[in-house]
Write a protein of this length. Structure first.
Length: 717
């Protein structure tokens, strides 16, 4: 009789004292969660029902009785045909809600693990995050000794679902059912995704995707490295796809990414109890980097590594093993040892149960294991379980993670941390990074208020419910990553004539128009403007407090005279603080026609028409007020606006704002589709166009001396 693990997600088999954070930084022993149910903690064959999810799942050993039913199959083709047909039938039953028939297909052991009602709950919870069902994307089979595995990949609106059905060859019954989210390559307006294969070990080829921006030749490229456990290329956790969010966001900013499925996600049966960081992460990421070195679609001289969680802990070592890595983005990582992080997490769990004697006893056991982990582990048996993990794993962490490794790395680094992360701690780990790297001028630190471990908005509870709601990686995070990379690469490496959103770059055009009018004597830069005249163009939370920072700056530096400030300081604030409020004031002060005429005079620079930024946020309210549409129809109406109608609406709103006649509350762009639509319609020009602009400024041939002097002041030359 074998003993095999039956692993259930979203359901609990047996009992559990408590549960810490998801597996990716060390769980309470006996509990597997978000990232690792079928990976590191499964020993022996995986049977039963397995669902990757962020809800706590309990691993319970259930004896597997050996049945004596004999199934005669003539050859391999018969096996493939029979089991493929049965797997397709099972998947159809799941879609139709015939869970009783699915349970009938299970062997006795699997039926002990799940009943019809439990299966229904798991299925509905799994597909609820995926959107509308589209159809079957693909299927493939694996012949594994006494088992035959059929994987059916179902495509949904927001992601894919890999349904893995394991058949017992001898009995013909279903011995295991494994559900996991799976990425499906897509193409967007500004990026293309192509399937690739990462191979460090010929036994374990890994599927992945290279995402490249449209119209950008040889872009810089980022390798995305997941946290621990068995996760797919998107690092999908209950439908949240942080790596896909980052890949698509960076592509829209001209940066490529490579992301791939982890080894024990694709091959859970390959885990033999001895695998550690070399097998779980390092060999495969090294192979991914080597693949990019020879890929002509990206710039091999601008390869970056972004590591999340455990991936962030390992990023410095990855740079040591790959000396041509240009820079590191460490997202929710720590230079501490895994056991130190696990202990902090466990203390949080114990604190939630102050009167539970069992938890106190558990904490005492943990502390005794910490003494071993904090000492010389050379004589500790590799198989000894410490904090729920084999000692060999802790040894590999000591080998590849820590302050000594970080101190050997001198490439530029960007350290990112969410304030509400309950797995890696802002008050401990982020502070440690700052103390460790404070003397380096090539390291940046970004702490984001209100973001959780996935760099998404927190629900404030700091527990596993964080991941039950589908979110998006903060656009601030994506933008900061892009700025870090773009600021560290040679712009001459990016050659593009494809029109891309300018985002805040178009402020350069406004600055040039302002300087041109100063040079012509049309306006006086010393003109005083009452600060309240700018307030009509201010929308809170739209520009990361840029306007408020500028106000603080001018007051702190005694630049305010009787509640007024010079036109020059307003223009400088536009460039220095990236203020949209100042930009829209200047656009109205200078005149939109004047600014757009300058773009005509700067031919052959070719961009779309310049228009106010703030007014774009009010288009939805304006359309709703003028057309009296309900919300559902409003959304469609916004998407059906032609570009000319869109710009016309913006200019009409701007006139109302300028005359204080527009009082509607602004629509904050919280909907991802609406954000993308707003971004795609934003003022466009190509990289080539703006290289020409910079060359024009540097040539000092277009403007007269007064205009050049004013522009130099604004740009800090």
């Amino acid at each position: 009789m074998n003993k095999k693990f039956a692993v259930l997600g979203c359901m609990i088999v047996g009992s559990v004292v408590g549960c810490s954070a998801p597996v990716n930084e060390g769980p309470v022993p006996g509990v597997a969660t978000a990232e690792g149910a079928a990976g590191r903690y499964a020993s022996g064959d995986t049977t039963g029902i397995v669902v990757e999810n962020t809800e706590p799942v309990v691993i319970d050993t259930i004896p597997v009785e050996e049945d004596t039913i004999e199934l005669v199959i003539e050859d391999d083709s018969d096996i493939d045909d029979r089991f493929s047909v049965e797997a397709s039938s099972l998947v159809a039953m799941l879609h139709s809600g015939d869970f009783a028939s699915v349970v009938e297909m299970l062997d006795d052991n699997a039926r002990q693990s799940v009943d019809e009602m439990q299966l229904q709950e798991v299925w509905l919870a799994t597909v609820s995050a995926l959107g509308e069902y589209i159809g079957t994307d693909s299927s493939y089979t694996t012949d594994l000794d006494e088992y035959y595995i059929v994987n059916v990949v179902e495509e949904f609106e927001d992601s894919g679902l890999n349904i893995e059905v394991t058949f017992n060859k001898e009995t013909g019954q279903v011995a295991g059912l494994f559900l996991r989210y799976e990425a499906i390559a897509v193409t967007g307006d500004f990026f293309v995704e192509e399937e690739i294969v990462v191979v460090s070990d010929e036994r374990y080829p890994l599927g992945g995707v290279l995402t490249t921006p449209v119209g950008v030749e040889n872009p810089p490229v980022v390798v995305l490295v997941q946290g621990s456990g068995s996760t797919d290329r998107d690092q999908n956790i209950s439908g949240n796809t942080p790596f896909r969010d980052i890949a698509h966001g960076l592509a829209e900013m001209g940066i490529a990414t490579l992301r791939y499925d982890k080894r024990f996600y694709t091959y859970p049966q390959a885990y033999d109890g001895t695998a550690a960081l070399r097998e779980e992460v390092l060999d495969d990421v090294n192979a991914a980097i080597e693949l990019l070195r020879g890929d002509e679609r990206v710039n091999a001289d601008a390869i970056y590594v972004l590591g999340h969680s455990l991936g962030g802990m390992l990023a410095p070592n990855i740079a040591l093993e790959n000396e041509d890595v240009k820079g590191l983005i460490i997202m929710a990582g720590t230079p501490r040892q895994l056991y130190e992080l696990s202990y902090d997490q466990i203390q949080d769990v114990v604190a939630m149960h102050p009167t539970d004697d069992a938890m106190e006893l558990y904490l005492q056991q943990v502390e005794s294991e910490l003494e071993i982990l904090g000492g010389d582990m050379s004589d500790v048996d590799d198989n000894q379980i410490l904090l729920g993990i084999p000692a060999i794993y802790h040894k590999s962490v000591q080998q590849y993670v820590g302050v000594d490794i970080v101190n050997q790395v001198d490439v530029p680094m960007l350290i990112l941390q969410g304030s509400e992360d309950f797995q890696v701690f802002a008050e401990t780990d982020f502070v440690l990074w700052q103390e460790l790297l404070e003397d380096r001028d090539n390291v940046e630190f970004k702490l984001y208020d209100g973001l959780n471990h996935l760099m998404m908005e927190s629900n404030g509870l700091r527990d596993l419910s964080e991941y039950s709601t589908i979110g998006e990686v903060s656009s601030d995070v994506v933008r900061d990553i892009a700025n870090f990379i773009v600021g560290d690469i040679d712009y001459s490496l990016v050659v593009a004539d494809y029109p891309m959103p300018l985002d805040n770059t178009f402020k350069l055009i406004v600055a040039m128009a302002y300087a041109d009018q100063v040079g012509a004597g049309t306006i006086d830069p010393a003109t005083l403007v009452n600060i309240t005249d700018l307030e009509q163009f201010y929308i809170a939370n739209f520009e990361d407090n840029a306007h408020l920072s500028w106000l603080d700056y001018i007051h702190s530096n005694n630049l305010v005279q009787n509640d007024a400030v010079t036109l020059r300081e307003i223009a400088k604030g536009m460039m220095m603080f990236n203020s949209n409020t100042n930009t829209d004031f200047l656009l109205n002060f200078l005149g939109l026609d004047t600014v757009n005429q300058l773009m005509v005079d700067l031919a052959p620079v070719d961009n779309t028409e310049v228009y106010p930024i703030v007014s774009t946020l009010l288009v939805a309210d304006y359309i709703q007020d003028t057309m009296l549409l309900p919300n559902g129809e409003l959304f469609n109406a916004l998407f059906e606006l032609s570009d000319d109608e869109y710009v016309m609406s913006i200019n009409e709103i701007n006139l109302l704002i300028d005359s204080d006649e527009f009082a509607s509350a602004p629509l904050l762009l919280s909907d991802l589709e609406l954000q993308n639509r707003w971004n795609n319609r934003f003022i466009h020009a190509s990289d080539d166009d703006y290289i020409k602009l910079l060359e024009l400024i540097n040539s000092r041939s277009f403007f007269n001396d007064d205009a050049r002097q004013e522009l130099s002041f604004l740009l800090g030359y």
